[in-house]
Design a protein around this ligand. Structure first.
Ligand code: ECB
Length: 135
């Protein structure tokens, strides 16, 4: 059984978020704002659904899903695109594939050394973020 990613997590490191946002076609103006933000991730399990919230002082993004069940995702407030998304466990990694206009789009979450890790993929870009648990 994979370890639980549930909890409240604050970003402590972010590498190449700008590249990821360029891949998504985000404007320079919005990218500059987004790069200054400290993101908080709140991951909850409600019944058989996960709820993932990305919170910041600028915008929030919340969505929910069941593992192994494709769903329609609208990335409201991010790049505002529609994707067909599927989240699965690959070993200890929670992996999402976001099928849509952008190639090679998705993300992966996993725990390592008590930290929550996130890789965000879009086109040829990879953004890597690390979060520490809020106690
Ligand atoms: C929601 C906080 C960031 C707000 C940034 C606002 C505008 C920038 C527009 C697009 C930027 C794309 C991504 C920003 C980086 C992270 C936000 C969520 C990334 C994500 O999809 O995380 C997954 C995995 O935790 C859950 O959606």
């Amino acid at each position: 059984m994979p370890v639980s990613l549930c909890g409240t997590w604050d970003m402590v490191n972010s590498v190449n978020l700008d590249g990821y946002m360029i891949g998504l076609g985000i404007s320079l103006y919005t990218r500059k704002i987004a790069l200054k933000l400290k993101h908080r991730k709140v991951i909850e399990k409600v019944g058989d659904r996960y709820v993932v919230k990305t919170l910041s002082t600028f915008r929030n993004y919340t969505f929910s899903f069941r593992v192994n069940e494709e769903f329609e995702e609208f990335t409201k407030g991010l790049d505002d695109r529609h994707c067909k998304s599927l989240v699965t466990w690959e070993g200890n990694k929670l992996v999402c594939i976001q099928k849509g206009e952008k190639k090679n789009r998705g993300w992966a979450h996993w725990m390592e050394d008590d930290k929550l890790h996130l890789e965000l993929y879009c086109e040829d870009q990879v953004c890597k973020q690390v979060f520490k648990r809020v106690v």
